[in-house]
Design a protein around this ligand. Structure first.
Ligand code: NAI
Ligand code: MG
Length: 351
């Protein structure tokens, strides 16, 4: 028997509806594989921010540290600015725990309609690896002359050899375990300091991963190719900003924001990693029990894989594929009428 201590942060809105669904699936698949979970739930959220003035307590990271992984629903609440939730919870966890890889698998499943006419179910299956702790999202910069005609703002992008190399090594390693192909997102024609540095490091790291064939694309052309030829990709690696935009675009290509998962990984395992669906708190449908739980459930599968249980993880993703391909029971975003709970029960029936 292996036991894992899991921190649950359901958050706001539908986050509180999809995390329990993921937990049901974890318990069910765990029982088949001799894995148990000890959960501790945290009420950290925008609602807490409104009540107590902070998304999480001052010693929040210390409370999380003792866990093997974190499963998060979503944060966001009308009236709370998005930067409060991002900089008050998500970014402190990502940075404090050195979760320098943001992993976003994308698949067009049979039984899900992609908005792209050309996207064949099964053919689109790739992973976006986003650098998650430096790059364009830095705190370095400032504003001057506020309100004056001379007003100005400066925001510095930060690329370090250590920071870029480690995310590249992760991406090349992942490509070696998958289809053996890697595409690097760049813009070294327009951004003349950081992006040529990125490109040099890609070429350097590639030499350490001879089994992987690789190319690079400028971000604008790459965005077009995600739409025109999504089946050509295996692993795509990009900086924080490029990876952020590409992964949302890719989730849209796959047909439903409700399915897309993500992992914020600390590959060195010095700290817990955090897994969360890509979607937000969806205030428009929150409280009705109709949210698609698959994004949270697939995120839980990424967590299982990270915790060293690839067979259990594969069983969950196979069940996702099977329920989408074979069952008419599904939530409203996928054209059905099922509740979150009914859809989860249906998935458990094919697990
Ligand atoms: P959203 O992802 O919450 O919703 C976008 C649209 O997709 C809505 O129409 C929603 O009903 C639908 N949708 C999303 N997830 C769904 C699911 N599982 N099942 C069925 N339908 C689903 O994005 P939006 O509306 O831009 O943001 C809402 C709030 O969430 C904001 O406060 C935002 O800051 C926050 N947010 C939080 C994120 C996080 O926690 N990492 C990520 C994205 C947004
Ligand atoms: Mg995003």
């Amino acid at each position: 028997m292996t036991n894992h201590r899991i921190a649950l942060i359901p958050g706001d809105g539908i986050g509180t509806e999809v995390v329990p669904a993921a937990r049901r699936v974890l318990d069910a698949v765990g029982a088949r594989h001799g894995i148990t979970f000890t959960y501790r739930s945290f009420d950290w959220s925008c609602e807490r921010y409104l009540r107590e003035g902070a998304m999480m307590p001052d010693d929040g990271l210390d409370q999380l540290r003792e866990h093997d992984a974190i499963l998060l629903g979503a944060v966001g609440y009308p009236g709370v600015p998005d930067h409060a939730s991002l900089w008050g919870l998500l970014i402190p966890i990502r940075r404090g725990f050195q979760q320098y890889v943001n992993l976003r698998p994308i698949r067009v499943f049979e039984g899900v309609r992609s908005p792209l006419r050309t996207a064949e179910p099964g053919a689109v299956d790739f992973v976006v690896v986003r650098e998650n702790v430096e790059g364009e999202y830095s705190e370095i910069g400032g504003r001057m002359n506020r309100g004056l005609p001379e007003e100005m703002a400066v925001q510095e992008a930060v690329f370090t050899r250590v920071g870029v190399n480690r995310v590249l090594d992760y991406a090349f390693g992942l490509a070696a375990r998958r289809g053996g192909r890697l595409t690097s997102a760049t813009k070294s024609n327009g951004i003349v300091h950081t992006m040529p540095f990125w490109d040099e490091l890609v070429a350097e790291r590639a030499a350490h991963h001879p089994g992987v064939s690789w190319d690079q694309e400028h971000i604008d052309a790459l965005a077009a190719k995600f739409v025109l030829q999504p089946e050509r990709f295996d692993v795509v690696v990009g900086s924080n900003l490029f990876g952020d935009i590409l992964s949302d675009l890719a989730a849209a290509v796959a047909g439903s924001i409700g399915i897309a998962p993500s992992g914020n990984l600390n590959p060195t395992r010095d700290f817990p990693s955090m897994f969360e669906p890509v979607h937000g708190s969806a205030p428009d449908i929150a409280g009705r029990g109709v949210a698609n739980p698959l994004g949270a459930i697939w995120s839980a599968a990424l967590m299982l894989d990270h915790l060293g249980h690839p067979e259990a993880a594969a069983q969950v993703t196979d069940a996702i594929a099977a329920v989408l391909a074979k069952s008419t029971v599904r939530t409203g975003d996928l054209g059905g009428t099922a509740s979150t709970e009914e859809f989860t029960t249906e998935l458990l029936s094919v697990l």
